[in-house]
Design a protein around this ligand. Structure first.
Ligand SMILES: [Zn+2]
Length: 409
C-alpha cells in the first residue's frame, strides 16, 4: 500500500495534469509559456506535465506562433483522436447513440425507434448496447479507446444508492428503473465502462453551457421543450440538483390550478400546455388537423397553418409566464430555450415570449436576464451526455479506466 506521503505526491501530480489538460481543452491551443500564468504552475512543472501528457498521446503540437524577437513558441492542444466518448439520448420516440472524438466531433451515429413507441426498459437497454457496438464498428474505433458513456433519459435520476443510477420517469411509466445495473449486466463493455446517467434536460443544459448559448454564464436556466418540458438550472456555474437530483422539473410547475391533465397525473402543469404533445392537442381541440405521422412533422404543419395563430399566441403567453417564474425564482443572467420543439417554435415565438415574460416577471431580475434560443440544435442531448465522462476524464488528469488486472498499488 502507498504511504500517505507518496499518495500526496501522486495526488499533486494528478492535479497538475488535470489543470493543464483542462486549460488546453477549453482555451487551447496554448504555448508552454502561456500555460504558466493561466495555471499558476512553475515553468518546470509545466514542462514535466506537458512531456508526460505528450508521451501519453493526450496532448499534441498544433503549430507555432512568433514570440517577440525570440524563438517561435510551439502551440499545444488536446489530441482529438486520443480517445472516444459515447453519448446516448433516450428520447421521447427513439434512442440515439453517438460516438465522438475528444473534441466532441461526431464520428458515427445510430438511431432506433422505441419498439412500439413504448418505454420498455429492457428494450431500451438492448438498443443502447447494440447502438454502442454499431457506432464503435462504424467509426473503426478500438473499444479500449472508449473513455466512457453518458446517457440522457426522460426522468429523474437518483444515483445515490448502491445500484447506481436509478430512473424515476413518471411520465414514461418508469418507476425506479435500475438502468445502470441493467446496462452493466447487458454486456462486458458496458460492465467495464465509466457510465453516467442524467436527466436529458440536464445533459442538454451541460452542452449549451460548455459549447452553446450558455457559455460564460454563471447563473442560467436551459429550458428543454420537446414533447414534454424540462429544465436545467445552473447556479454559480454548476447544475442545481436539490436533495435527490430532481430539481429543475419546470414542466411540472402549475400554470393553471385544476387545469389540463398532464402526463405526470397532476393537473395544470406547464407541460400540459406548451409541450409539443399538449400543444398539438390544443390545436386539435381548436379545429386543427395534420397529416404528418410524427410530432415533429405535425408541429411544422401547425407553424405553417394561419388558423393556428390563436393557439400560438396563447402558447407564447403560457411560455412567457413559465419563463417569468424562472426569472423570479432563480434570478438567472440567461435563459436558453432549446429542445426540438423549442427550436422549431423559437423563431416565431421568441419575441412574443419575451414580451409575455416581461409582463409577468419582476422588473429588477428581468432586467438582468436575456432570453435566447439554444445554439446547438435539437440533437445536443447526446453531446451533453458525452460531456459527463469527458468532465471526469479532464478532472482526473486524463486517467483512463482501470485495466481489468490492475498492478497499481
Ligand atoms: Zn405534470
Amino acid at each position: 500500500m502507498a504511504g500517505p506521503r507518496r499518495r500526496t505526491v501522486r495526488d499533486l501530480r494528478r492535479n497538475n495534469r488535470a489543470t493543464v489538460l483542462s486549460k488546453l481543452y477549453f482555451e487551447g491551443p496554448l504555448s508552454r509559456q502561456e500555460l504558466g500564468p493561466l495555471t499558476g504552475l512553475s515553468s518546470g512543472s509545466i514542462s514535466n506535465v506537458v512531456s508526460e501528457l505528450v508521451a501519453d498521446g493526450l496532448v499534441e503540437e498544433a503549430g507555432s506562433v512568433d514570440s517577440d524577437g525570440g524563438r517561435p513558441r510551439t502551440l499545444l492542444r488536446v489530441a482529438p483522436g486520443s480517445g472516444h466518448l459515447a453519448g446516448v439520448d433516450v428520447g421521447e420516440t427513439r434512442v440515439r447513440v453517438e460516438l465522438f472524438d475528444l473534441s466532441l466531433k461526431e464520428l458515427a451515429r445510430v438511431e432506433a425507434p422505441l419498439p412500439d413507441g413504448r418505454y420498455d426498459a429492457e428494450g431500451v437497454v438492448r438498443l443502447i448496447a447494440d447502438g454502442l457496438t454499431r457506432v464503435i464498428a462504424e467509426a473503426a474505433a478500438a473499444p479500449a479507446s472508449l473513455i466512457g458513456i453518458g446517457i440522457g433519459v426522460p426522468g429523474i435520476v437518483d444515483a445515490s444508492g448502491p445500484e447506481g443510477a436509478v430512473v424515476h420517469g413518471q411520465t414514461i411509466g418508469w418507476d425506479a428503473v435500475p438502468l445502470e445495473s441493467m446496462l452493466r449486466a447487458q454486456d462486458e463493455l458496458l460492465a467495464a465502462l465509466p457510465l453516467f446517467v442524467d436527466n436529458g434536460a440536464k445533459t442538454l443544459g451541460r452542452a449549451e453551457m460548455w459549447f452553446g448559448a450558455g457559455r460564460g454564464a454563471r447563473n442560467a436556466v436551459i429550458a428543454l421543450i420537446g414533447s414534454g418540458v424540462g429544465a436545467c438550472v445552473i447556479a454559480d456555474g454548476v447544475p442545481y440538483q436539490g436533495s435527490s437530483s430532481s430539481a429543475g422539473e419546470w414542466g411540472h410547475t402549475v400554470l393553471q390550478v385544476g387545469g389540463r391533465e398532464c402526463r405526470c397525473g397532476a393537473r395544470g402543469c406547464l407541460e400540459a400546455y406548451v409541450g409539443a404533445e399538449a400543444l398539438l392537442e390544443r390545436w386539435r381541440e381548436a379545429g386543427g388537423s395534420w397529416s404528418a405521422p410524427d410530432e415533429e412533422g405535425a408541429l411544422a404543419e401547425l407553424l405553417d397553418d394561419p388558423s393556428a395563430a390563436g393557439v400560438l399566441d396563447e402558447t407564447a403567453e403560457f411560455l412567457g409566464a413559465g419563463i417569468a417564474d424562472l426569472v423570479n425564482l432563480f434570478n438567472p443572467e440567461r435563459i436558453v430555450v432549446g429542445g426540438w420543439a423549442g427550436l422549431l417554435l423559437g423563431p416565431r415565438l421568441i419575441e412574443p415570449v419575451r414580451r409575455a415574460a416581461a409582463a409577468y416577471a419582476l422588473r429588477h431580475p428581468l432586467a438582468q436576464t436575456t432570453v435566447e434560443l439554444g445554439r446547438l440544435g435539437p440533437d445536443a442531448v447526446t453531446v451533453g451526455a458525452a460531456t459527463l465522462p469527458l468532465a471526469r476524464f479532464l478532472e482526473t488528469g486524463g486517467t483512463r479506466r482501470e485495466p481489468i488486472v490492475s498492478g497499481a498499488s
